[in-house]
Write a protein that binds this ligand. Structure first.
Ligand SMILES: *[C@@H]1O[C@H](CO)[C@@H](O)[C@H](O)[C@H]1NC(C)=O
Ligand SMILES: *[C@@H]1O[C@H](CO)[C@@H](O)[C@H](O)[C@H]1NC(C)=O
Ligand SMILES: *[C@@H]1O[C@H](CO)[C@@H](O)[C@H](O)[C@H]1NC(C)=O
Ligand SMILES: *[C@@H]1O[C@H](CO)[C@@H](O)[C@H](O)[C@H]1NC(C)=O
Ligand SMILES: *[C@@H]1O[C@H](CO)[C@@H](O)[C@H](O)[C@H]1NC(C)=O
Length: 446
């Protein structure tokens, strides 16, 4: 590219330019330079574009695809219930059960509301109102398969499978039962319908990496993904304002570099609501460990001590609604960290339009997309986010979080890490069951 010669020496420094043309050209050159040369390192802050990621996604997903799942034999499961994480796990478990039987899973209903006991208030919501059906099958092609009730040809061929329960119903017996139902003698039945307990309560027979594979095929429907994007842009907007303010205060900082990439943010899944505190204290007693409950102060302090975190930066607090009334969660943060939550961002209206499940799904997405995520390793919500972020890293070829500059870093604030910060968190994908997820023991230590 030809430049007016007066520009040549100054343009790489991006300042002290003496003509508008120079400045414009310099910006373009810097933009190209950053795009081409710095791309891999910038992507650590979420700069990988979506298409690129999708490409990597579909390529590596099909690498370990198998011979495929039978499309004319089905498995039906009871309605999936409880919180978002429980529903995701239950759904994945149903998929993996169907895979074991080499059957297509009939698309189950999820539950829009969070009632534990009142079955009539569980508000069934079709899976494809939350996650993209076709996309799921495309991404999970050959591994697990979802079908629609309209695919059924002969509704008479249904076999009802009652899962066992009680103390005597061990993991081994459960596995034997599934093996029995995988046999040819059940091929005559178009549908095997599992009745009884919801899949979250079934025995677990699958390694963490199989769950991870199902989770990465769950892509939100456009409507909900757009709502999450709105929240993310609002967070980044606040960050941008904050940066430009602090830059005009500090002269000599080069503003150009920050114009070209999305402003990074930290998401903290802050569990300090009263219900959680009761639960985690009990858990600490039962497991005889002291690293489960973190106070507000401890969380603030540890997040403030994350090594290498560039401030000023926005910290999005994913908190229970009850804490939105508690303004003290927004004070006491280290200088340079700007805490925000739904209310402060004025995005609570977005959430209020939706039932419980979708509200959670939006928050989940906002945390998943954060440049840095900090959560509690004993929370299933946090753990699933860390797991998906680890899976994303693995897909990009990162195998250890112990290096300095990992992409999508996650931390557990309840465990002390380096320099009094939170502990780096990468999920151990070699665990043989998902149990470790709920017991905080799925962290790879450095
Ligand atoms: C399922 O059945 C198909 C067709 O019979 C077979 O090719 C495939 O290997 C089976 N898949 C699994 C996971 O057993
Ligand atoms: C799913 O819920 C709808 C109501 O929203 C209901 O009509 C349908 O029968 C349910 N499907 C299953 C498989 O339970
Ligand atoms: C439906 O399935 C049953 C049980 O497998 C079988 O006996 C029957 O012939 C099938 N009917 C049709 C119309 O395919
Ligand atoms: C709990 O752990 C502590 C040290 O970690 C140990 O000394 C104590 O014996 C344990 N208590 C029980 C009941 O296991
Ligand atoms: C991951 O889990 C496996 C199985 O539980 C264990 O053997 C291994 O040491 C763990 N790896 C790390 C790095 O913690």
């Amino acid at each position: 590219m030809d430049m007016p010669s007066s520009c040549k020496y100054t343009m790489f420094f991006g300042r002290n330019l003496n003509s508008i043309t120079c400045k414009g050209l310099a910006l373009i050159v810097i933009a190209l330079f950053l795009r081409v040369v710095l791309r891999p390192s910038l992507s650590g802050y979420g700069g990988i574009d979506k298409n690129n990621l999708d490409l990597i996604h579909s390529r590596s997903l099909s690498l370990d695809s198998d011979n495929g799942i039978r499309k004319e034999k089905f498995l039906e499961v009871p309605q999936i219930v409880w919180g978002l994480n429980n529903q995701k796990i239950a759904f994945a478990r149903a998929c993996l059960t169907a895979r074991m039987l080499n059957r297509t899973l009939l698309m189950p209903n999820l539950s829009a509301s969070l009632f534990y006991k009142e079955i009539d208030r569980l508000q069934p919501i079709s899976f494809d109102k939350v996650f993209q059906f076709e996309r799921f099958n495309a991404l999970c092609n050959g591994f697990v398969q979802l079908g629609r009730y309209s695919d059924l040809r002969n509704r008479t061929g249904v076999y009802e499978l009652q899962k066992g329960s009680g103390r005597k119903w061990t993991v081994e017996r459960d596995l034997d039962q599934l093996k029995e139902f995988s046999e040819d003698s059940f091929n005559g039945y178009e549908v095997i319908r599992i009745v009884g307990k919801n899949p979250f309560l079934w025995h677990d027979h699958w390694p963490v990496k199989d769950y991870a594979r199902v989770f990465e095929c769950l892509v939100l429907v456009d409507e909900i993904a757009k709502e999450a994007d709105k929240v993310v842009s609002k967070i980044r907007e606040v960050g941008k304002e904050m940066r430009s303010k602090s830059q005009s205060a500090q002269s000599g900082v080069d503003p150009d570099s920050s114009l070209l990439q999305p402003v990074p943010y930290v998401a903290v899944h802050m569990r300090i609501e009263i219900d959680w505190m009761i639960h985690c204290k009990k858990l600490e007693q039962r497991l005889n460990v002291s690293e489960i409950c973190s106070s507000k102060q401890e969380i603030m302090e540890r997040v403030g001590n994350i090594v290498g975190l560039k401030s000023p930066i926005v910290v999005y607090l994913a908190v229970a609604d009850s804490l939105l009334e508690d303004s003290s969660i927004l004070t006491g943060w280290k200088e340079g960290l700007l805490p925000v939550e739904k209310k402060k961002l004025s995005v609570d209206g977005i959430y209020k339009k939706y039932p419980y499940l979708l509200q959670s799904a939006i928050d989940y997405e906002v945390c998943s997309k954060a440049d840095v995520f900090v959560g509690n390793s004993f929370s299933t919500f946090s753990s699933l986010i860390a797991l998906e972020r680890t899976q994303k890293m693995i897909r990009m070829g990162v195998t250890s979080s112990c290096g300095v500059d990992v992409r999508w870093p996650s931390y557990a604030y309840n465990i002390l890490g380096k320099s009094n910060g939170p502990h780096k968190w990468m999920t151990n994908m070699s665990d043989s069951s998902l149990k470790a997820i709920s017991y905080g023991s799925n962290i790879i230590s450095c």
